[in-house]
Design a protein around this ligand. Structure first.
Ligand code: FE2
Ligand code: FE2
Length: 189
């Protein structure tokens, strides 16, 4: 079966975002003391590495190798955000990148031209994001409430969401250059 090599790049971007998302969770795992949160982080981390594997497998099943990605979503957002210092920063960044992953996968899955193998992966990874966003958001809120950091939390989320929108606008523009459209575009009527 022949595949448009640009799709290998796209899957490699998804793979890269999952791997770097897992890296962010590992950082949290090294910092968080609460044992319940440690258990959730472990399950969450297992999901993200599995997602990275699903995209890797999709690429290798097609007879290709993943492409190295050094300007993907996570790299760009990381550069713009700077080094997250506090736990609130790390949790807030995780919320924003998880929301973005979920949204992007849903947008891609809504297209009418997605092959069944890719669609199955898009559904599989999207299914986990609801739980990821839910627990991370709760943890962030509880942490902020416990140490009077609710204002700081809202401010941080706002700042990260603004950065996320800019990063995505740049990536969508790049995608339109390469494909002539973006996989985030609303489905054709
Ligand atoms: Fe994921
Ligand atoms: Fe996730």
């Amino acid at each position: 079966m022949s595949i448009d090599p640009r799709m290998i790049h796209l899957y490699s971007y998804y793979r890269d975002a999952e791997l770097r998302g897992a890296t962010l969770l590992l950082k949290l795992t090294m910092r968080v003391e609460n044992i319940e949160a440690q258990v959730k982080l472990s399950r969450h981390l297992a999901d993200e590495t599995r997602h990275a594997w699903l995209w890797t497998k999709r690429i290798t099943d097609l007879g290709y190798e993943p492409v190295h990605v050094d300007d993907g979503y996570q790299t760009r957002i990381g550069r713009a955000v700077g080094i997250p210092r506090s736990l609130i920063d790390l949790f807030a960044l995780t919320v924003v990148v998880e929301e973005r992953a979920q949204r992007r996968y849903i947008e891609h899955a809504q297209r009418s031209d997605v092959d069944p193998e890719t669609l199955a992966i898009l559904h599989e990874v999207t299914k986990d994001e609801k739980w990821h966003i839910g627990w991370i958001k709760n943890e962030l809120k509880e942490m902020a409430r416990a140490n009077g950091g609710e204002g700081k939390m809202r401010e941080t989320l706002q700042r990260y969401r603004d950065i996320d929108r800019q990063v995505v606008a740049d990536l969508v523009a790049k995608e339109r250059d390469v494909f002539g459209f973006s996989f985030s575009d609303a489905p054709e009527a």
